[in-house]
Design a protein. Structure first.
Length: 246
């Protein structure tokens, strides 16, 4: 599957030579606002290290508190201070699974509230889509839809990590993405960082080849046995979102 995607991108390179020139510039300054699903395994730090290894000039910071929702961050105030002083390009917003109706409404509401100061600071909001509890796989559609709705509400960037998780687990239910009931393992962190990186730093069709895939995988120290499955899941989640049943 990965070789097929690489082949399609190579064809696009011949047909659309100006595509890379028309793409927006990649972000240089990224702020994460979230909870332990951001801080466990240091997702911001790993993203920054990967981007720099791939030749990007980036600065990444975070405002995280365990168990916080976006409403908690709004009330706390530290995230707003960080947004207003940072001159960010992208501000990544993340809360819990948000599968229940009230949690989804809260996610959308406070994404809208944060979007205003984010745009006033010259940045664009991005939604880090998470995943449901390990013992509640039936919540995947509701979680994915909640984050899609929040990103759409503010014309934000969707970082479809939760969908990439669903795609990997759909192929291999024994994939060790969960370290406990909700948090990621180091392997799960590889998939998270890969999906966020490919979303924020999209490779042009001339760049996305076997050598590029291997460079990213090596930078993440990604296990060879999961490389192709993870790239397939991440790229499909970004480019061909799953149609969710209502």
């Amino acid at each position: 599957m990965l070789r097929t995607l690489i082949g399609l991108l190579a064809c696009l390179a011949l047909c659309l030579p100006a595509l890379a020139e028309d793409a927006p510039p990649p972000p240089r300054r990224i702020l994460f606002i979230g909870n332990s699903l951001t801080s466990v395994t240091d997702i911001p730090g790993r993203l920054g290290n990967l981007a720099r290894t791939m030749g990007k000039e980036v600065h990444v910071e975070s405002v995280v508190s365990n168990g916080y929702s976006l409403e908690d961050h709004w009330v706390d105030g530290r995230a707003l201070v960080a947004i207003r002083k940072g001159r960010w390009d992208v501000v990544v917003l993340q809360q819990g699974t948000s599968a229940k109706a009230d949690s989804r409404a809260q996610l959308v509401d406070f994404t809208r509230r944060f979007a205003a100061p984010i745009r006033e600071a010259g940045a664009r909001p991005a939604l880090y889509m998470v995943w449901p509890l390990q013992d509640r796989p039936a919540d995947f559609p509701a979680t994915l839809e909640a984050y899609r709705a929040a990103a759409q509400a503010v014309d934000g960037i969707l970082l479809p990590v939760g969908e990439a998780w669903l795609r990997v687990l759909g192929k291999n239910k024994r994939a060790r993405l969960y370290g406990d009931a909700i948090h990621q393992t180091s392997l799960g962190s590889d998939l998270i960082v890969l999906t966020i990186y490919l979303s924020l730093f999209p490779a042009g069709p001339r760049e996305f080849d076997e050598a590029y895939v291997e460079r990213v995988a090596r930078a993440l120290d990604m296990h060879r046995g999961v490389r192709d499955a993870f790239f397939d899941a991440a790229t499909l989640a970004i480019d061909q979102p799953l149609r969710l049943e209502k």
